[in-house]
Design a protein around this ligand. Structure first.
Ligand code: FAD
Length: 427
């Protein structure tokens, strides 16, 4: 009897582990998952709660440790230094080699840095990995103050984390308001005000110019407006980029990420890429070529499992959605709400006077077709918006039926009538 095919997955994040679980569910292949960061899969999105003391490290593991052996998924904690696709061989740090029949690259992201002098000082760091979290613990012992560069999702998490330890935080934001490269300006200003209400000093339209240190450790920065701010921690959160440096010298084609076709195949036979590290050659309409979010990583894991097990499946991510939390405000987005809409897109924005709830609905200028919605401080039902986007409903329909999408039955009585009358006034 011939031995089963060997699928090797590099990366034990949500993409790699989802692929492993689904391959096991539908096949008898031998599965090995190699990952350098941690021995077991953990929830990266919950890293902040460990620092804030709401969870212990063990709570981040969605599966019990026995799960992997029981499901015949071999886990190896090791770093892959090199891939030789001609011989289907992986070279691990420490001179070990592993061969594969099919290879899935699920190597995630690494923090982007600014490339300015002083970034190698102690106390300067990003936040992506378990090791970054451990470093943050070290770096924030006796910390007098922190500066965070960048106003994205990780930056605001970092601000909240430090705030719970009573560390004064200043955030430098290049745009006029928080995350304005992703949020329409009114939404961005609404979130800026909320972050400031927590005592975080936001410096808009400000960048970092220089980092200074003593004895190898950061002690202050200078902004582009000439202000000097003392700090023991400098958090860099200007985005992430695909973790692909180790592929240099291999035959696998990369651009900013690992290039894949709609089946998540790379240019090399039997080599696939999924999750944050993958860059789609032909992104689905109105989607980005690299989408570094949890649910798309999981969907790619499910999709590639089918293809590898002989049922070729195209990656079809459906309508975009995402969620996050900005201190106390939960944010959800469905469809496309452009940060800087062109002439063919208009926005209806409503904000409650208490500063904790808002919505922005994007619609097509000429047909009024619903394009997407951002909600803040209001939990909405994903499947309803998904359906309305598919059915191409118009703005008036969406506003009239908003109650259907709402989880909170009392919300309608409190706010939706006001939202609808505000809309009527605005047309
Ligand atoms: C702090 C933080 C908060 C986030 N919050 C959200 C959120 O609220 N919502 C959301 O949708 N997304 C969020 N994200 C993004 C989300 O976590 C990622 O999109 C997702 O985890 C990507 O999964 P992945 O499996 O592609 O990669 P990863 O989870 O990054 O896993 C890749 C693994 O591969 C390993 N690896 C890489 N190269 C090698 C090598 N050569 N050898 C061995 N191992 C290797 C890495 O060490 C890593 O463990 C957040 C990310 C961070 C950092």
């Amino acid at each position: 009897m011939s031995s089963p095919e060997h699928v090797v997955i590099i990366g034990n994040g949500v993409a790699g582990i989802t692929a492993a679980r689904h391959i096991r569910r539908i096949s008898d292949k031998k599965i090995t998952v190699i990952s350098a960061e941690s021995d077991y899969f953990f929830s990266r999105t919950a890293l902040m709660y460990v620092y804030m003391g709401h969870m212990k490290w063990e709570h981040l593991k969605p599966y019990e440790d026995w799960f992997w052996e029981e499901n015949r998924i071999e886990l190896r904690q090791a770093y892959v230094e090199k891939i030789e696709t001609s011989s289907k061989m992986l070279f691990l740090r420490g001179n070990e080699k592993i061969s594969y029949d099919q290879l899935i690259l699920a190597t995630g992201s690494v923090p982007r840095f600014l490339g300015i002098e002083g970034e190698d000082l102690q106390g300067v760091q990003g936040l992506v990995s378990k090791q970054d979290l451990e470093l943050l613990e070290e770096n924030t012992k006796n910390c007098r103050g922190a500066v965070i560069v960048g106003g994205g999702l990780i930056g605001v998490e970092l601000a909240e984390m430090l705030h719970t330890r009573k560390i004064p935080v200043t955030m430098l934001i290049r745009e006029t308001a928080f995350w304005q490269n992703a949020l329409p300006v009114k939404d961005a200003q609404f979130i800026s005000r909320h972050i400031e209400s927590h005592g975080i000093a936001l410096k808009h339209e400000t960048e970092i110019k220089q980092i200074s240190g003593t004895n190898g450790r950061v002690n202050s920065i200078e902004t582009t407006l000439g202000e000097e701010i003392g700090c023991d921690l400098l958090g860099i959160s200007v985005g992430v980029k695909p973790n692909i440096d180790f592929l240099k010298g291999s035959e696998i084609e990369t651009d900013r990420g690992i290039l894949v076709d709609p089946f998540l195949k790379t240019n090399i036979r039997d080599v696939y890429a999924i999750g944050d590290c993958a860059q789609h050659r032909e992104p689905v309409k109105s989607r980005k070529d690299i989408e570094a979010v949890w649910y798309t990583a999981r969907m790619m894991g499910e999709t590639v499992a089918q293809t590898i097990c002989g049922k070729p499946f195209k990656y079809q991510p459906g309508h975009w959605f995402n969620s996050a939390k900005f201190f106390d405000i939960e944010y959800q987005t469905y469809g496309n709400v452009s940060a800087n809409p062109g002439e063919d897109e208009q926005h209806f924005h409503w904000e409650h006077s208490d500063g904790t709830k808002a919505i922005t609905i994007a619609f097509d200028t000429s047909s009024s077709t619903f394009l997407g919605i951002n909600t803040y401080g209001i939990r909405m039902r994903h499947e309803i918006f998904d359906r309305w986007l598919t059915e191409e409903r118009d703005l008036e329909y969406v506003l009239k039926h908003l109650k259907q999408a709402n989880f909170d039955p009392e919300f309608y009585d409190r706010h939706e009538k006001e939202i609808f009358s505000r809309f009527k006034e605005s047309v």
